[in-house]
Design a binder for this molecule. Structure first.
Ligand SMILES: Nc1ncnc2c1ncn2[C@@H]1O[C@H](COP(=O)(O)OP(=O)(O)OP(=O)(O)O)[C@@H](O)[C@H]1O
Ligand SMILES: [Mg+2]
Length: 244
């Protein structure tokens, strides 16, 4: 369970996040939407332990989040793969930090890549992969260390519409298998409805949550075709239009 309590952050005396509180259960996912520059990436940095809040605290399963840990995986806006490491080495990286021996690291990395639909590319370098493939590798790397929380920062925003839908499906499939709670930042309201069991709408900077929607259809592979999805999207759009 992730609990964020009154997280606030300032940069150069200006408020970026203002009293952000929410919780996320073990089998839940949270999609975060908000205007550009409002502080969404900053929120993920605080939750990952990479940046410290100026006030407020966050807990993962009762433990204070104070520094980066292999229990929390973060996928950054630009994939964050190391260009000088091969595909399989990139995925195995998280396991090295955990002290797993090389043979097991490679085996687990390959198995995780296969789960994400990437096979036969182990020795390729990230530069030789398409954006969609790189993103699959980044997701494999995030899942392979069996984290207790995943943080995803607009993971699919640079992909074409079809690849994006495929990867949303892949992420949902892996989530169903692993049930790792995740917080996903997105600019797409539709993506929020596909991937968020709950959807949190942030105000403009300094950002604070202004509305949280429940998404009862979450997990349904054909949610896009449902009336519930249509209604929720309409409600989200109205909320967002009134705020931003
Ligand atoms: N390290 C930093 N030092 C100073 N200001 C920063 C720093 N990181 C972020 N900011 C500022 O904080 C604000 C929020 O940035 P953040 O990247 O969190 O926004 P965002 O909601 O993720 O935006 P986008 O939707 O464009 O990705 C911005 O005004 C940004 O310029
Ligand atoms: Mg951002």
């Amino acid at each position: 369970m992730l609990i964020a309590e009154n997280l606030s952050k300032y940069y150069g005396g200006e408020g970026v996040l203002d009293n952000v509180s929410f919780s996320l259960g073990r089998e839940e996912t949270l999609a975060v939407v908000g205007p550009s520059g409002c502080g969404k990436t900053t929120l993920l940095y605080l939750l990952s332990g990479l940046t410290r809040a100026d006030s407020g605290v966050a807990f993962l399963d009762g433990e204070l989040i104070g520094r980066p840990t292999s229990d929390i995986s973060i996928i950054l806006q630009d994939y964050g793969l190391l260009p000088w490491k091969t595909v399989v080495e990139n995925v195995a990286l998280g396991l090295k930090i955990q002290g797993v021996f090389k043979k097991e690291r490679m085996e687990r990395a390959r198995a995780q890549l296969a789960e994400l639909g990437i096979t036969g590319r182990d020795s390729d370098y990230p530069a030789n992969l398409s954006g969609g493939e790189q993103q699959r590798v980044a997701i494999a790397r995030a899942f392979v260390s069996r984290p207790r929380l995943m943080l995803l920062d607009e993971p699919f925003s640079s992909l074409d519409a079809l690849t994006r839908e495929r990867l949303q499906r892949t992420l949902l499939d892996v989530w169903k298998l692993r049930k790792v709670p995740f917080v996903l930042v997105t600019h797409s309201l539709e993506e929020a409805v596909v991937l968020g069991k709950r959807i949190m709408v942030m105000s403009s900077r300094p950002a604070s949550p202004v509305a949280v929607f429940d998404n009862p259809g979450f997990g349904d592979e054909s949610i896009r075709d449902t009336k519930g999805c249509f209604e929720l999207l309409k409600e989200l759009r109205h909320t967002v239009e009134a705020l931003w």
